[in-house]
Design a protein around this ligand. Sequence first.
Ligand code: FES
Length: 118
Amino acid sequence: MPIIKFDPRQSNFLIHGDRRYFLTTIDGSAFLVVDKCPHRGGPLHLGYLNCRKNAIVCPWHDSSVSIHRLQQLAIPLIWRHDVVVAILPGSETTPVIFKHRNLLATPEISTQDTLKVV
Ligand code: FES
């Protein structure tokens, strides 16, 4: 299981083998969210935040994935002084690719945002 360190100002999206993650904060805690819709693997980072349902809506078939579920599946991390440290599941020999992408392309406007795009 590789230990990764990265600057969240430079990277908010990781690829490790066939797994993808995006960085976000949920209820004030930072997580690496698994970028794979539970329905059929769609790219959740291209979905949008539905604040009324407290969920991300997948761009492929419009399933809502609850923030609670995403928290359960997410990778915990430590974020300190502009360095994020996390332990990814999987092989240490598989390279980790760090990227910066636009996340949650069309978030809804809400007065009660619980999820912030990094
Ligand atoms: S893959 Fe996400 S709704 Fe189908």
